[in-house]
Ligand binder design. Structure first.
Ligand SMILES: Nc1ncnc2c1ncn2[C@@H]1O[C@H](COP(=O)(O)OP(=O)(O)O)[C@@H](O)[C@H]1O
Ligand SMILES: [Mg+2]
Length: 276
C-alpha cells in the first residue's frame, strides 16, 4: 500500500535560512510517526509543505498519492497548526460546524458530539472559546483537525499547552486513532510523549534527518551491570546478548552473582546524542 505521506529530497530556503536541507520521510497507513527536533529544526516547515501552505524550494511531498497542496491531498488530511486562534465569541460547537462546512463533512451534530467526547470536552459544546483555558482550546483544535475523518492527521505541537492530565487525554486519543487506522504525524518536543505512543520517530536538526527508527531502536543500550559479592561490576561495552556469557565467566571465576541489569538509555539521551 502506498504511503499516506511521502516526502523525498525536500528542501526549503526562506531567503538566507535553509529550513529544510533534503528530507526523506514516510508515514505509512495507520502509522503514528513522531517528528522530533529542537526549535528551528524545520518541523513546522515540513508540516506546512505537506498541507500546501508553504511551497518547497526543491523535492517532492505527496499526501495519499496526490501532490501536496492539491485538492485531493488537502481532502485527505487534517491539520492542527502550532499557533492557532479561534474567534473568542464562537462556541466549541460553532467552531466544529464551521470546519465541517470548510471540509465538506456530512457528519452533522453526531460528528461534533463524538469529537468533543473524544477530546474530553463533552461539556463544552456551548462554551465560548474566550471562556476556555489554553488546554481546552488545544483539545478543540485537535477535534477540529479530525473533522471529516481524514486519513492523515498533521499535529504540530498538539500538547504544548496541556497539563499532564490533558496530555494523557491526547495520548489516549492518539491510541484510539491508531485503533481506527488513522495515520498521524506528530510534531513534539515532549520526548516521553513520543516514546509512549509513536511507532516510528524521525529526529531532525538543521533541516536534516539525523536519526530515524522505532523508539526502542533509537534508545542506546548502555552496558551491563552485574551485582557480585564484591560489589557492582560494570561492563560498559557489553550488551544484553552478552549477559549469559558474562555470568558464566564470572561464575567460572568463582564469583557469586546476585543480579544483572542491562542499562538502556532513554529516547531523550539518544536524542541529545544525535542533536548536540
Ligand atoms: N516564514 C518564514 N520566513 C523566514 N524564515 C522562516 C519562516 N518560517 C520559518 N523560518 C525559519 O526556518 C527555520 C525552521 O523553522 P520551523 O520550521 O518553524 O522549525 P521548528 O518547527 O522545528 O521549530 C527557522 O530558522 C525559522 O526561523
Ligand atoms: Mg515548529
Amino acid at each position: 500500500m502506498a504511503s499516506v505521506l511521502a516526502v523525498a529530497g525536500l528542501e526549503k530556503r526562506y531567503r538566507r535560512v535553509q529550513a529544510l536541507a533534503g528530507v526523506d520521510l514516510a508515514v505509512e497507513p495507520g502509522q503514528l510517526v513522531g517528528l522530533l527536533g529542537p526549535n528551528g529544526a524545520g518541523k513546522s516547515t515540513l508540516v506546512k509543505i505537506a498541507c500546501g501552505l508553504v511551497r518547497p524550494t526543491r523535492g517532492r511531498a505527496e499526501v495519499a498519492g496526490a501532490p501536496a497542496g492539491s485538492v485531493a491531498a488537502r481532502q485527505a488530511l487534517g491539520y492542527l497548526a502550532e499557533l492557532f486562534r479561534f474567534p473568542g465569541w464562537m462556541t466549541a460547537d460553532e467552531v466544529l460546524a464551521l470546519h465541517q462546512r470548510l471540509a465538506h463533512s456530512p457528519g452533522g451534530t453526531a460528528e461534533r458530539g463524538e469529537l468533543l467526547e473524544l477530546v474530553g470536552l463533552p461539556e463544552a459544546r456551548r462554551t465560548r472559546v474566550a471562556a476556555m483555558s489554553k488546554g481546552m482550546q488545544q483539545r478543540l483544535g485537535i477535534a477540529q483537525a479530525m473533522v471529516g475523518k481524514p486519513q492523515l492527521l498533521l499535529l504540530d505541537e498538539p500538547t504544548s499547552a496541556l497539563d499532564p492530565a490533558g496530555r494523557r487525554v491526547v495520548r489516549e486519543l492518539l491510541e484510539e486513532l491508531r485503533r481506527r487506522g488513522t495515520s498521524v504525524l506528530l510534531n513534539s518536543h515532549l520526548l516521553s510523549e513520543v516514546e509512549l505512543v509513536c511507532d516510528h520517530v524521525v529526529i531532525v536538526d538543521h533541516g536534516r534527518v539525523v536519526a530515524a527508527g522505532a523508539p526502542a531502536d533509537l534508545r542506546r543500550e548502555g552496558g551491563v551491570e552485574v551485582e557480585t559479592a564484591v560489589g557492582v561490576r560494570k561492563f560498559p561495552d557489553a550488551r544484553r546478548a552478552d549477559v549469559p556469557r558474562l555470568v558464566r565467566e564470572l561464575v567460572a571465576a568463582g564469583e557469586d552473582v546476585f543480579g544483572v541489569r542491562v542499562v538502556t538509555s532513554t529516547l531523550e539521551e539518544a536524542y541529545l546524542e544525535v542533536v548536540e
